[in-house]
Design a protein around this ligand. Structure first.
Ligand code: ADP
Length: 443
């Protein structure tokens, strides 16, 4: 592949452009009318405007992205995360046009995108599942399953994602009330109204294993990340490794993840997600077939460029990484354009910007002074990643960098203060954060 088109925007588009440059690959950016002044447009070798600011008419519009791909002459497309990255139809169309989709096959995306099917495979290879329904349920069946596993239970969309479409209910009455709403919502958001039920675990941790797999059956796992600091199921702080796993448990989970990937013939970079309960039991929840927002914490502790390996694998190369050694600890804070108290998105113009630096600090961002953060997309402004020899050192370094981090402008608010609060809290410093920790912290 001489030229790659990046079907994304923001920090992840930059992230991909950087690796392409280092590999001697030309880049083509696509952008919407809302992104004319974006950094990814400035940094790419070429750029093509594909439509209006609304994602449905630009970054999510397959015919428009395909036209750009044809016109550009690029041989491959990197989808980043979000947008079309896990859309099997897009992957299929790219393949049918004779181009390379940098990611898993359409068949694999279809399989892992159907959480019910993915759970069947997980069960087959011996990955533990959260107790719940075996497949999609109607209301009657949902009530039966809930009485068997016990309340609270969570209603999930079979083809849901990104923490959307999840509802917790504590009794029959709530289940009866919310089930039809969840069906409608799943139908509207994912075009598939099927729902399933799981026991709602009390204050678990979110753990996920990073995988790389090539088409020759080689599978490598690169340890885990912990992403328990979430708000409304959206991750805010991630780290690698997790303090909650012993080396023995870490090896056990990774071996099962590798089995799962072999079973489905996985190819590319991917992430298998788990919940870890307070007794140390882990449960498979889903697999994501894309590069994750939080991938840098893995890169920092393993010294591996995951995007480079996505491209190499897509080119048909064999995974031939030397024996991987984990080194130290890394923490990532997602700096979002949002009101620090209400979490309401607050885009605006960047008038003052000072990015932290120094040993062990990495900032992945598309911000520059004078840039106007558009209101049409997600609110991620920057990822601040801190590496340290120990977790304490990584946290201290992240806190130092947060102090230095300055971004302001009319209308623009960020959650930098929130991150300081999290990182300096006793619970986080002791590794006791769980998925409802933010709610408790803000009480
Ligand atoms: P999505 O595909 O929408 O991201 P997931 O199944 O991956 O949904 O779950 C997202 C988040 O929702 C998890 O990280 C966790 O915070 C919460 N969650 C999901 N399932 C459960 C459960 N059974 N019990 C408690 N929390 C859950």
């Amino acid at each position: 592949m001489q030229t790659i088109l990046i079907a994304n925007r923001g920090e992840i588009a930059l992230r991909v452009i950087r690796t392409c440059r280092e590999m001697g690959i030309n880049t083509v950016a696509i952008y919407s009318e809302g992104d004319t002044n974006s950094m990814h447009v400035k940094l790419a070798d070429r750029s093509l405007c594909i439509g209006p600011a609304e994602p449905s008419k630009s970054y999510l519009d397959i015919p428009r992205v395909m036209s750009a791909l044809e016109v550009s002459g690029a041989e491959g497309v990197h989808p980043g995360y979000g947008f079309l990255s896990e859309n099997p139809r897009f992957a299929e169309i790219v393949r049918a046009s004779g181009k390379v989709f940098i990611g898993p096959s359409p068949e694999t995306l279809e399989l892992i995108g159907d959480k019910v099917k993915a759970k069947e495979v997980a069960k087959k290879v011996g990955l533990p599942l959260v107790p719940g329904s075996d497949g999609p349920v109607d209301l009657q069946k949902a009530l039966e399953v809930a009485s068997k596993v016990g309340y609270p239970v969570v209603i999930k969309a079979s083809t849901g994602g990104g923490g959307r479409g999840i509802r917790v209910v504590s009794n029959d009455r709530e289940l009866r009330e919310k089930f039809p709403l969840a069906t409608q919502e799943a139908e509207a958001s994912f075009g598939d109204g099927r729902l399933y039920i799981e026991k709602y675990l009390i204050n678990p941790k979110h753990i996920e294993v990073q995988v790389l797999a090539d088409r020759y059956g080689n599978v490598i796992t690169l340890g885990e990340r912990e992403c328990s600091v979430q708000r409304r199921h959206q991750k805010l702080v991630e780290e690698a490794p997790s303090t909650a796993l012993t080396e023995e448990k870490r090896r056990e989970i990774q071996a099962l993840v590798a089995d799962f990937c072999r079973e489905i013939g996985y190819e590319g970079a991917g992430t298998v997600e788990f919940l870890l309960d307070q007794e140390g039991n882990f449960y498979f929840i889903e697999m994501n077939g894309r590069i994750q927002v939080e991938h840098p914490v893995t890169e920092m502790v393993y010294g591996v460029d995951l995007v480079e390996w996505q491209i190499r694998i897509a080119r048909g190369e064999k995974l031939n990484l030397p024996e991987l050694q984990r080194r130290g600890h890394a923490v990532e804070c997602r700096i979002n354009a949002e009101d620090p108290r209400t979490f309401v998105p607050s885009p605006g113009k960047v008038e003052e910007l000072y990015l932290p630096g120094g040993y062990g600090i990495r900032v992945d961002t598309h911000l520059y002074c004078g840039y106007v953060v558009p209101p049409f997309y997600d609110s991620l402004l920057a990822k601040l990643i801190a590496w340290g020899r120990t977790r304490e050192e990584a946290i201290a370094r992240a806190l130092r960098a947060l102090e230095e981090f300055k971004v302001s402008g009319s209308g623009l608010k960020t959650n930098i203060e929130f991150h300081k609060l999290v990182l300096s809290s006793r619970e986080f410093q002791q590794g006791r954060q769980h998925i409802r920790f933010v709610e408790e912290l803000l009480l």
